[in-house]
Design a protein around this ligand. Structure first.
Ligand SMILES: [Zn+2]
Length: 414
């Protein structure tokens, strides 16, 4: 599972031939569920309390993060544009919900890019939020449906999923954001929490419809779910942690089962987007479109030929057969902490073909170093026992640094 060919530059997208010629492109399909305005802490609380079982199942079985930090304007227009184009605001040009300044001509939604390589791909958007339908162009959707309510969006999505030809479906659920504006974006606000729970029920309906497709077993689906921003008080748009701290999750074909944690890279102004190096270890909004493209385009050649022209900022988190890959993520996916959570004694495991010595640094949540060590990896696999049992219970961050890459993961000590 962990065999990978050599990897190139840090922060650069890397292409490798992986031989999928026998598979038809149209088996590769994507369901993207966007839920507007769901804070990470609120979602975690609802999942822990059994009030969001459908999303919880995705988190339990897939690739997920509660540590995606919004880097730009925490409004829906810019945020969904980051996620659907794979580039930052300085490129797609959207900095508000009136969408003025957009340049989707140069930086289109990812379905447009998919169709450059898969002209017959069929893509549909379903949202009750009219601005995302009206103000966006060059988006690649064959059909943009604007039902009146979230319930109707779910029904339309279920109906669309009966279509055997469908390849990409984006469904946007809006009412969590409305509940936040009406009552407060906060885990202590019942109306907000109930809206999250309700949205989770719609997610369940949509996923049930997906899994009921007659040819489901032979299709290679990835399901992505995420949010565009959090909120504070009854609003959002600023750069407080409660507005910026968001989550996303992916399940399905070739999606590794792992948690991604990341250190906040900070908020950025329009025109000064983060460098690749700054976000190389951090799950960010632009990664969504690139992960989607990686999955939808199993043929490397087309991505390779268009890499410069597309000028994407995000990175893919998919494993093994990826066409688009960032070096550091090899380590991200192949470095594990077991068990986690733990009582302070745990193994770190590196499952990667290298000959190098990694440094291991564990910090507490204030950034104070509590433990330092090294891990020699000569060959394909190495394991080392760590012991921080003398320290207080709580969250710690473990950073593993190798010759060309570094990765940080969270440890929870009970
Ligand atoms: Zn809003």
């Amino acid at each position: 599972m962990f065999k990978k060919s050599l990897i190139l530059g840090f922060g650069a997208m890397v292409l490798g031939f992986t031989g999928f010629a026998q598979d038809a492109d149209d088996e590769y399909k994507l369901l993207f569920i966007g839920i507007d305005g769901v804070r990470s802490d609120a979602l975690q609380q609802q999942m822990n309390n059994g009030n969001a079982p459908n999303l919880k199942e995705m988190f339990d079985t897939g690739l997920f993060t509660f540590d995606s930090w919004h880097l730009g304007v925490t409004s829906s227009g810019p945020s969904w544009s980051d996620m659907l184009t794979g580039v930052w605001e300085n490129k797609h040009g959207v900095t508000s919900n009136n969408y003025t300044g957009s340049d989707y001509g140069t930086y289109p939604y990812f379905p447009t890019r998919v169709k450059e390589c898969r002209p017959n791909a069929k893509a549909v958007q379903v949202t009750s939020w009219q601005p995302m339908s009206t103000n966006v162009y060059n988006d690649g959707w064959d059909n943009k449906i604007v039902p009146p309510t979230d319930d109707a969006c779910a029904q339309v999505a279920v109906a669309q999923l009966q279509d055997v030809e469908l390849d990409i479906l984006f469904v946007h659920i809006d009412d969590v954001d409305a509940a936040g504006h009406g009552n407060g974006f906060n885990p202590s606000v019942p109306a907000y929490m109930n809206a999250i729970s309700y949205a989770d029920g719609l997610v369940g309906q949509i996923i049930n419809a997906l899994e009921s497709r007659p040819n489901y077993a032979n299709e290679k689906w990835v399901i992505l779910a995420t949010t565009d921003h959090g909120g504070t008080g009854t609003g959002h748009g600023g750069n407080s942690d409660d507005e910026r701290h968001i989550w996303w999750v992916a399940t399905g074909y070739n999606v590794p089962q792992t948690e991604i944690t990341g250190v906040d890279p900070g908020s950025y102004q329009f025109g000064t987007p983060p460098t690749d190096a700054v976000v190389a270890q951090v799950p960010v909004l632009t990664d969504i479109a690139v992960t989607a493209l990686d999955h939808c385009l199993p043929d490397n050649t087309c991505i390779e030929n268009n890499q410069a022209a597309w000028d994407l900022d995000g990175k893919s988190w998919l494993e093994e057969d990826n066409n688009v890959y960032v070096e550091s993520y090899t380590l991200q996916n192949e470095f594990g902490i077991y068990p986690n959570p733990n009582g302070g004694v745990f193994d770190i495991v590196v499952d990667i073909e290298t000959d190098e010595t990694f440094t291991v640094v564990i910090t507490d949540i204030t950034g104070t170093v509590v433990f330092q060590s090294t891990l020699d990896n000569h060959g394909t696999y190495s394991k080392k026992k760590m012991d921080i049992s003398q320290y207080a219970s709580g969250a710690y961050m473990l950073t593993l640094t190798g010759q060309n890459s570094a990765v940080t993961k969270k440890i929870v000590k009970n």
